[in-house]
Design a protein around this ligand. Sequence first.
Ligand code: DC
Length: 216
Amino acid sequence: MIIAIDGPSAAGKGTIAGKIAAHFGYAHLDSGALYRAVALALLRAGREPSDAAAAVSAAEELDPEIMNEPAIRDQETGAAASLVAAIPEVRRALVHFQRDFASHPPGGAAGAVIDGRDIGTVVCPQADVKLFITATDEERARRRMLELKGRGEAHDYEEVLSEIQARDQRDIERETAPLKRAADALLLNTTNLDIEAAFQAALDLIKASRDGARSA
Ligand code: DC
């Protein structure tokens, strides 16, 4: 069982994906953490995120343990991740890891929930269920502010909003595997939903999708 969850940053997809995985006993992969880990490895090596050759090497030699480091969540790492994610060879190097996770979920789990930007379109186009999770730019900026505040980082709202919009634009406009709703992805707008309500709405969509597939 593969559940693909895509959408722009701070729409709630990571939190929802984690809760869905826990609910069904599936393994969860936050694919954004892979791109962030590549970006962090690159920054630590003193290279620029636009240095394609260095980014490709960092992706090919990636130590998945870096995904567990808190520094992957820094604003600077996120911005660099969006740049390295636009490099086709970086994406190619990371797609194997993601497909392997989907077909052989760690711990012998009966399924995988993967969230990202291109899971339903490129990484796992055969996923059993696809969700596309969105929220308004302003609500996503508000959530990102709260997240940053929780980590002790003070940021200006307008600055966070424009950073989110710039990142969306890069993710949507890049040529390789852009952020896009798959034709068969179910849409969930979380703007007016808290985490619990968004999780319930996602569960309802998954159940409806599974029931529809069974009766088809
Ligand atoms: O979801 P996130 O903010 O952690 O993702 C960080 C960056 O990685 C984001 O700007 C886009 C990129 N990304 C991607 O291109 N494809 C994915 N499947 C996941 C993330």
